[in-house]
Design a protein around this ligand. Sequence first.
Ligand SMILES: [Mg+2]
Ligand SMILES: [Zn+2]
Length: 182
Amino acid sequence: MRKAIFLDRDGTLNPDPGYISDPADFELFPGVPQALARLKKAGYLLILITNQSGISRGMISPQQLELVHQKLQNLLAAESVTLDAIYFCPHHPEYPLHGITECECRKPQPGMILQAKKDFDIDLAASYVIGDRRKDIQIGINAGVRPICIRPQPAPGYENVPTFVSLSEAVDWLLAAAADKV
Ligand SMILES: [Mg+2]
Ligand SMILES: [Zn+2]
């Protein structure tokens, strides 16, 4: 079995202006490629899990999302890092997509993590989920994966969740915490 870091996208890896449809509008926060490289070196799969309801809302096409994710991979490749997989939920309860409103993949539901577990034989207990919103903490709780939060302050009601101002600081903590466990 492999261990993985499940990564939120918007607000965690990149600034979030809302419904990014143009690769030109997609940039990483400083230090993100280097932080991800350290996780990769420590043996973690890097798996993106992102809610992209802009698709069901008609604000982003699947082709545009693909181009944005190519830009993401290109920016990471410059630091010799690759995401091992990208899972996205295109759904929204109020905007039917191919007749679907209720799905099992929209965070905080655990669908994307459970699919990745199947696809990569992941040990969820040895893995972490990193995100900036309550839904990212909650998907960790729902799937049995330890959550880490990237926010200026802990999320109200989740003060016990390790919270850091940047991905780099989160990775410092995670690698030290994982080393302690061995
Ligand atoms: Mg986010
Ligand atoms: Zn979905």
